[in-house]
Design a protein around this ligand. Structure first.
Ligand SMILES: NC(=O)c1ccc[n+]([C@@H]2O[C@H](COP(=O)([O-])OP(=O)(O)OC[C@H]3O[C@@H](n4cnc5c(N)ncnc54)[C@H](OP(=O)(O)O)[C@@H]3O)[C@@H](O)[C@H]2O)c1
Length: 332
């Protein structure tokens, strides 16, 4: 069987996760990495071919990718890189700015159709698997409203966006933010109340902050608690820790979440559907989902399809290497 030739675009946490995930998927092979910081990546991965992302002619010739997995950031990288790269190659990405997905989809759809390529956008776990579960729960229990809760375990889930926001505050050297679901809120949803929540009703936020030498603790605390959107709407606790404590006790990228929807069937019998994920490494989990979507993108392209797709548009059989016979016999 000919392997699917995969190229990684951008080498950060998710890029590292894709590198590792490809090793666990024998039908795929990494043919190369493209980056804006070639020397940095070469240093980390001696022996792996790395080329500058801008030089499309060079990487197309050297790597001949069937699919490129875009691992850049959603805020600044993907809105630029997505529409550029889809002109050259089929792509898969994890664009996760939920409110801007319609706009991003439209730009990728137009560019992918014009180029005759397949673009799979906004996949990972949320958006991604959780989007699919929300849609299924809504379809199977009409009227049920799907809710997303994050950080259900005792340690909570590391929010990378909120950790980044903390690190922008003057006086903060390093920081990590853990999100916790409020158990009573989960119970209300499970009871079928379909409550009207404000953001602060569902989650609390716990911050671990390392200060710069001589920084003003109270000023930093105030800035955190008053930060609009990120912390102001939530019950937030701020803990000051040493760099060593942060690195040892709060390391890694753990995250978890739950999609839950409740309603009624028939003549008013209660119905609850739940889908739960627990990840010791959020970027690795995201990468694994991206890699399965790269398989689907290659298959869609082989069928002559083009345009922008989401997880909602792709049959589950396209994600797996299992044969139809195997699926019908053992997985149904
Ligand atoms: N859908 C989901 O469920 C989901 C879940 C998690 C994350 N995500 C998305 O995945 C995106 C990527 O996350 P990430 O954690 O991989 O971000 P990241 O580590 O900040 O990497 C983003 C990009 O920054 C560059 N970079 C990374 N480390 C660098 C360094 N030391 N020096 C210079 N440049 C560096 C890399 O591009 P170059 O190699 O080109 O320099 C990399 O592709 C996030 O923005 C988020 O939107 C989605």
């Amino acid at each position: 069987m000919e392997k699917i030739r995969v190229m990684i675009v951008g080498y950060g946490n998710v890029g590292r996760g894709v590198f590792a995930a490809l090793g666990n998927n024998p039908d795929m092979e990494l043919t190369g990495i493209v980056s804006r910081s070639v020397e940095r990546v070469k240093k980390e991965l001696p022996g792996t071919p790395v080329l500058p992302v801008e030089d499309a002619a060079a990487w197309k010739a050297a790597f001949r990718p069937d699919v490129a997995i875009l691992c850049g950031g959603s805020k600044d990288d993907l809105p630029k890189q997505g529409p550029q790269l889809i002109r050259e190659v089929n792509t898969v990405d994890s664009f996760d700015n939920h409110s801007r997905i319609p706009e991003y989809w439209a730009s990728m759809e137009a560019a992918a159709k014009a180029a005759g390529h397949v673009s799979v956008i906004s996949t990972g776990w949320d958006p991604g698997i959780f989007s699919l579960e929300r849609v299924l729960a809504g379809a199977f229990i009409p009227g049920a409203r799907p809710y997303g809760f994050y950080g259900l375990g005792p340690k909570g889930g590391l929010s990378m966006g909120h950790s980044d926001a903390l690190r922008t505050i003057p006086g903060v050297r390093d920081a990590r933010q853990f999100t916790h679901a409020i158990p009573e809120a989960v119970d209300r949803v499970r009871r079928g109340e379909n409550p009207e929540f404000q953001p602060g009703d569902m989650h609390t936020r716990e911050c671990f902050v390392v200060l710069e030498e001589g920084a003003d603790k109270e000023a930093v605390t105030r800035t955190i608690l008053e930060m609009p959107g990120y912390f102001a709407p939530y019950k937030t606790t701020v803990n000051f820790v040493s760099q060593q404590e942060l690195d040892e006790k709060y390391k890694g990228f753990p995250h978890d979440g739950l999609v839950v929807a409740a309603g009624v069937t028939g003549k008013g019998h209660s119905a609850v559907a739940e889908y739960r994920c627990q990840w010791e490494s959020n970027p690795e989990a995201t990468a694994n989902v991206l890699v399965a979507h790269a398989r689907a993108a290659a298959r869609l392209a082989r069928e002559g399809r083009s345009g922008a797709f989401t997880i909602l548009d792709i049959p589950a059989t396209y994600f797996t290497t299992l044969s139809r016979e195997e699926l019908l016999k053992h997985w149904m």
